[in-house]
Structure formats: C-alpha cells, structure tokens
Design a binder for this molecule. Sequence first.
Ligand code: ASP
Length: 313
Amino acid sequence: MHPIIIVHGGAGDIPESRVQGKLDGVKLAVAIGHKILEQGGSALDAVEAAVVSMEKDEYFNAGYGSVLNLRGEVEMEASIMCGKDLNVGAVTLVKDFMHPISIAHKVLTDSPHSLIGGEGAKLFALEKGFPTVPHESLISANAKSALEEFLQSGEFGRTEIGTKNEGGVGTVGAVAVDARGHVAVATSTGGMSGKVVGRIGDTPQIGSGTYADDNIGGVSTTGHGESILKYCLAHSIIKLMEGGEDANTATRNAVTGMTSRLKNTAGAITLSKDGDVGIHFSSQRMAWAYIKNDQIFYGINQNQVLKESFTSI
Ligand code: ASP
C-alpha cells in the first residue's frame, strides 16, 4: 500500500485575506504528515503531527488562535481514532495546553477511557507530563475580534467572520493510510465564536467529527458542530462507503444530505482504505491538501483543484 495523507483547515465563509495563510498552512501540515508516512511511520503519528502543525498556526481555529467562548476564553476539543482496532482518544474543554490532539492521542494509548473533559482532561495531561501554557498565550488578536463581532451580530454558528472583521478561523483535521494499510484520523478545534461556557461540539465526538476503520476508510469533518453531531456526519460517510459508494460520492452525499436536512453547512475529507480521496464542503470555502505521486493537490474554493510537483521537506 502506498501511504497517503489528506488534511483540511476548516469549512466556512473564509475572507479573502485569510486564504493564502490557510493554503500555506494546509500545505505545510500535509508535507509534515507525508514525511512521517514516507519514513515508515504510522498513520496515527502522521495525523497527529499534521494537526499539531496547524494547532501552532493562528490561521486555524485550533490550539493557538482558537476562537473564544462568551467569557472570552479558549476551550479546545480534539479526537483521534485508529482504524486497526477502532480505538479512540478524545478531550474536550481543554484550556491550558498548546496541543489538545497530543493529549487525545495519549488518551487513546494510555487511558481505559475514550473521552475526557475539563478538569479531568487537565489532570490526565499533567499526569502524562504535558506542559501547561498561560491561557492568554493561546488567544490571538483575530479570535478577540471574532468574539467582538459575534457579540455585535449575535450570529452563532459562524466560524469565519466576513471581510469587515476577519477574526474567525477554521477547525483542522487529517486522515491517513499508512504503508501497512492502517487508517487514522485526527481532528482539533476551538469550537465556535461566542459559544456558551462548557459547549461541546462535534469534534471530540467519535462518529461526528472523526471516524476511522481499516475495513472501510477514514473521515474528518468541519463546519456547524450542532448539525454535524445530529447527523453523525463522519460515520454517515463511512456507512455510505460500506454500502458501496466511493469516497468522493459518499462524502458529497452525506455533506449535502446534512445541509439539506439541517440547513447548516459543513465539509469533510475522506480516504478509502485503498487511498481514494473524497472532498466536499457546502460552505463557501474549505482549505484542503493531499499528496499523491509526488504531486501536491490543494484548494480552498468550490471546484478548485490546484496542483504542484512536490519534493519532500
Ligand atoms: N465543527 C466545529 C464546532 O462546531 C467548528 C468548525 O469546524 O469550524 O465546534
């Protein structure tokens, strides 16, 4: 099996001035994950590393640059799944750590539990040696303006803010199949601007934000969390593939199905167990990138596929 990785940088009405930063960020993240796979690393390590790269980048709504809740705080969520044994790790309501996805990975490997939140997630992370960071160091100027704009408009559900005030940014995710044919998926987010304290979205919920099964494939989703979790979007795509649809058809059908039923937008990236790619979003934009046959494919607008030759980083 030739390994493959695909990443996304969040679905939404992304303003023009943030397009290039997001494209650069997804291209870097996919290159980092690709390198791990090319060196024989596992799909789990590749998706974690790709997501860590985007958690560091303020162009994305994850880690540093996460959007803020109504009290002006960051509350992050992440999940990771291993398609070999369906093992999962997820965290929610995380405040003082730079890389929620790495804590989620530790939950997968070192905890009898699947999803740990709030104080418990903090205790678990401290016990496992993750360093805390000052809460304010996770807050970007963009996230602050996004909250201000939300407080003026009151439009919950927008993860991206319009051209007037470009505060919002996007959830991140990665799906990989490694050389041994194992599938893994990771997704990480700050949620939605102006969420109530303690709100939990789709991202840490397995079957909504993330799903991986070596027998079928893997999916990471982004968009309106309350809709994605009602529709179990990631698992819906997996089920359509299990029923015989190819990765792209299943991704398109489930995303458009969710949007027509629940009147909110979303996006998803999918790989079949054989490495076939699926990408679809009902929002205006979603940044994505994957590497295949020494070429990097990427895009952010509807029906856009850009292509460049790729030399490993
Ligand atoms: N799905 C995320 C949430 O609702 C937001 C996003 O994907 O931008 O928390």
